[in-house]
Design a protein around this ligand. Structure first.
Ligand code: GTP
Ligand code: MG
Length: 465
């Protein structure tokens, strides 16, 4: 209970930090169209991907404790279904769908974080829906059932970009389950690529769980080992890594009873793997904890990017100031020389009386002032616009790119900085930006440190504490 409360208050605090410090800056500079917190303030989500008929819906029904999703041998379900808790129904015995909503509603309701999926169009909207279910399993998380992956030729007929939808959903999700079955243990290259692109490398290992499902369909242990070997090989090819990710080996004992034709003595190995299904369920129930990690990296990533954006803009101004001082001094020296030259010429032409004559001093001073005014109007303006063009062309010079992390985050806001400087022509309210930089920088440096400390404390608490 203590752990749960601790997690909830940590979550609320992080969302409040984003809302108060990051979103106003993000929206002001067009870093994000929607409030940053809108994608993460809803409940933790678990995305379930896999080939068609790999057992996604069966697994979900098992978690929920009722037949909520349709199952079948052929590609059965071509919809993305958000399955969430209905806390308005007190009864948790007779588990059922208590409410259904269609895609149009879901994509437009600000209560849900799915507005970013609107861009996938009408066809996608008609394949997107929400089910509310009164299963206690859902009390702290939501599940997303997805249409099975097909081969890439058939994928093209869906009428929307399946890979991109998966990518966007993976970005919203706190945990992603990728299911394989023994018959198709290596045909998810494309989906894996889109996962790799969207799930940040920092959290990929923790957030993506691979599951080899339906293992009861392996005729014997050696058959299973062969399938497992093929899957490991394919995954290492896809991920480009030598180490093999952990793979849960599971099956549905209920579905197995109805379908299995293998002699039981050849399938003794199943006995040793029975606990894997339970372990998988425990990992899924840990989604709220993953949400905290996810939130922490969310704060870190966006604070870092906004920090670098503002840093670049401020650097532009401080360099412009130095440039102005330098060229002002040059102008002053030239003006003084011009004044002295005017005195010298006047004296030698006999127009002026003597060196200490007030008229002589006035004429020299006047010439210097005129020269300075001219300098400020014409050459200075020209050099300033050359300065501006130069920095727009070499915008990377505005920030030091010493580490890979700085390079990555700068890459994400480089265009934004370019557009902002171009639009404002280098004229912007400095005091406001300094203030914004101060608060974003504080979150970036101290806030993220505090969050990590709290997460470490949390990991020291026992699961049922
Ligand atoms: N033997 C066996 N059969 C299973 C297992 N899990 C699911 N099945 C069966 O496999 C078939 C497909 O299961 P689904 O749960 O519909 O698979 P899905 O991944 O949701 O499929 P799509 O929605 O079409 O992508 C059904 O007939 C299930 O009964 C399992 O662990 N073992
Ligand atoms: Mg299904």
């Amino acid at each position: 209970m203590y752990r749960k409360n601790y997690m909830n208050s940590l979550r609320t605090e992080m969302v409040a930090t984003i809302e108060e410090y990051l979103t106003p800056v993000a929206q002001k500079y067009n870093y994000s169209d929607v409030p940053l917190e809108s994608t993460i303030k809803w409940r933790p989500m678990v995305l379930i991907l896999g080939n068609y008929s790999s057992g996604k819906s069966t697994l979900i029904n098992e978690f929920l404790g009722a037949d909520i999703q349709a199952i079948g041998q052929a590609p059965t379900d071509d919809s993305f279904t958000i399955i969430t808790y209905d806390d308005s129904v007190a009864d948790t015995e007779n588990i059922r769908v208590t409410q259904e909503r269609d895609g149009k509603f879901l994509l437009n309701d600000p209560e849900y974080p799915f507005e970013i999926l609107k861009k996938h169009g009408q066809r996608f909207a008609s394949h997107f829906r929400l089910k509310k279910v009164n299963s206690p399993f859902l009390s702290n998380l939501a599940l997303i059932d997805t249409p099975g992956m097909l081969d890439s030729i058939t994928e093209r007929d869906r009428g929307y970009d399946y890979q991109k939808v998966i990518g966007d959903l993976a970005q919203l999700a706190d945990l992603v389950l990728v299911l394989f079955d023994p018959h198709k243990a290596g045909t998810v290259r494309e989906s894996h690529t889109s996962l790799r692109e969207t799930v940040s490398t920092r959290t990929f290992e923790d957030r993506v769980l691979f599951v080899l499902n339906r293992i009861d369909e392996c005729a014997s242990l050696s058959d299973l080992l062969q399938v497992y070997g093929t899957l490991c090989w394919n995954l290492s090819q896809i991920t480009g890594r030598k180490d093999i990710p952990a793979i849960h080996l599971t099956y549905s004992s209920c579905a197995a009873k109805n379908s299995n034709s293998h002699p039981p003595e050849d399938q003794n190995f199943l006995y040793y793997l029975e606990n894997q299904r339970k372990k998988l369920k425990t990992s899924v129930l840990e989604a709220p904890r993953y949400r905290l990690d996810n939130l922490a990296s969310f704060v870190e990533t966006h604070a870092e990017r906004l920090d670098h954006f503002l840093e670049a803009i401020l650097n532009y101004r401080s360099r412009l100031r130095k440039f102005r001082i330098k060229f002002g001094l040059i102008g002053l020296v030239i003006s003084l020389i011009a004044g002295a030259a005017a005195i010298f010429l006047g004296l030698s032409a006999g127009i002026l009386g003597g060196l200490y004559d007030p008229f002589t001093i006035g004429a020299g001073g006047g010439a210097a002032v005129l020269c300075m005014l001219f300098w400020m109007i014409a050459p200075m303006k020209y050099f300033k616009s050359a300065f501006h063009r130069n920095y727009l062309k070499n915008i990377d010079k505005l920030i030091s790119l010493g580490t890979q992390s700085r390079k990555d985050s700068w890459q994400a806001v480089r265009d934004l900085a370019y557009k902002y400087l171009k639009k404002t022509n280098g004229r912007f309210p400095l005091r406001d930006i300094k203030q914004e930089y101060k608060s974003v920088h504080k979150i970036f440096v101290e806030g993220t440190h505090e969050i990590r400390k709290a997460l470490n404390e949390l990991s020291n608490l026992k699961y049922n504490e």
